[in-house]
Structure formats: C-alpha cells, structure tokens
Ligand binder design. Structure first.
Ligand code: DC
Length: 230
C-alpha cells in the first residue's frame, strides 16, 4: 500500500494536533508536531536568561546551531514527544509563559530556516502527518492531502482555557483570548512564512464541529487519495 504525506495547518487551538495524532495513529503514520519545535526553542530562551521582558534575539542566535531537537516515542504513552538537547520537554513547552514568547521566536528567519530543514528531513519519507502553520505551503508543498483548520477566536480561547485549567495553570479566560488574538496577528503578519492557506488545501472550520465528525471527514479524504494511488 502506497503512503502519502498529510499537512495540517491553521490557527492556534483549532485542534490540529488532536486530529493529526489520531489520523497518524489510525493510518500507522508518524506524527510530527512542528509547533512543539518552535516552543522548545522559546523554552530554551526562557531557561537560559535570554528573555527579560523582551527576547534577546542576538543571544538566542548564538546558541541556535548547537540546539538539538528531536522526537522520541515515550514507551509509557506510545506518543512521540519533543526532546531539547536530549531532555524530554513535552510538558514544559505547554505553559502560557512559553506561549507568550513563541510567536516572536517563530518570526526569526534563522530559526525558521533551521526548523524547516529539520522538518523536511523528518518528512522526507511518506507516511507522515505534520501539523503547523507553513507545512502545506513551505515544509511539505508536495503533500498529497493538505488541510487548513480554523474556528472563531472565542471558541479557540475557550478550548485553550479549559486545557490550561486542567493542567493547573492560573489564568483568566480574558488573558487566554488576548493571547489567541495576539498570536493570530503575529502568525498571519510576520514577514517569513506567514500563516496562509495553501491554494490546494481543504478548509475546515470546526467552530461547530465535534472531533468525531472532523476525524471521519478527514479520514475519508485520505482514503480517497490512497485509493486513487493504488
Ligand atoms: O501549534 P502551536 O500553538 O504549538 O505553535 C506554537 C507557535 O509556533 C505558534 O505561535 C506558531 C508557531 N509555529 C510556526 O510558526 N510554524 C509552524 N510550522 C508551527 C508553529
């Protein structure tokens, strides 16, 4: 059976990773969370005194080449998790503190060059589901299936707020909504690889759509493409 590449892009907190992970699991494909890589670089900056209200971009660039990022499957959960310089940082990259600085980190051209090259290496073989902002446009422009996910900012903020509360973070809904809008603005307006829908991507607005419906719809797109490839 032939394998394909699947690119899932879209706004933050649209459930891209949940859908991508489930799709990868059911197809027996590798899942790559490209956002986790940008988050790990932001975490590095935070942990190494390179953020003092503003990000020390020059300081971060000095360390960039030496940064090691990879994914390893956690044997306890069976999930692929991000490692920064050999250490599992999957939990540490999900804080609101990291979310606050990650868009700034992701706007630095040298950071994108390094991470895009790594992502292309990871996606060189078919049988991959990768999610992010520029996967269908820049990282894997040849992906057979491209999706662009979106939902109303309020819906996305409510989802993210619930997640953060469940993780024990003390934040307000207003703060989360502000962060969602701020990230939308930065992601869509940065100079390098801004968030845009690829011309051949299928748009999926899930403001009023459950997980099961989304999954079934996308799975049927994948099956149609796979059938045509046989
Ligand atoms: O998907 P996420 O929220 O974990 O992504 C974290 C940040 O990284 C987000 O602000 C946008 C950025 N990002 C990016 O610029 N390009 C990608 N391919 C993935 C994420």
């Amino acid at each position: 059976m032939k394998k394909i590449s699947i690119a899932i892009d879209g706004h933050s907190s649209t459930g891209k990773s949940t859908l991508a992970r489930e799709l990868a699991r059911s197809l027996g494909y590798v899942y790559i969370d490209s956002g986790a890589m940008y988050r790990a670089v932001a975490l590095f900056a935070l942990e190494n005194g390179l953020v003092d209200d503003t990000l020390d971009e020059a300081g971060l660039l000095e360390h960039l080449q030496a940064l090691e990022l990879d994914f390893k499957v956690n044997p306890e959960t069976g999930r692929s998790e991000i490692h920064l310089n050999g250490k599992n940082v999957e939990k540490q990259i999900r804080t609101i503190e990291v979310s606050r600085y990650v868009s700034e980190v992701a706007a630095i051209p040298q950071v994108r060059t390094k991470l895009v090259a790594l992502q292309q290496e990871m996606g060189a073989e078919k049988g991959v589901v990768m999610d992010g902002r520029d996967i269908g446009t820049v990282v894997l422009p040849g992906a057979e299936l491209k999706l662009f996910m979106t939902a109303a900012p309020e819906t996305r903020a409510a989802r993210r707020y619930k997640e953060l509360l469940e993780r024990g973070e003390t934040v307000s809904y207003a703060e989360v909504l502000k962060n969602v809008r701020h990230r939308d603005h930065l992601d869509s307006n940065r100079e390098v690889s801004p968030l845009t829908q690829a011309a051949d991507a299928i748009r999926l607005d899930n403001s009023d759509m459950g997980l099961k419906e989304q999954y079934e719809r996308v799975r049927s797109y994948a099956e149609r493409i796979l059938k045509a490839k046989k």
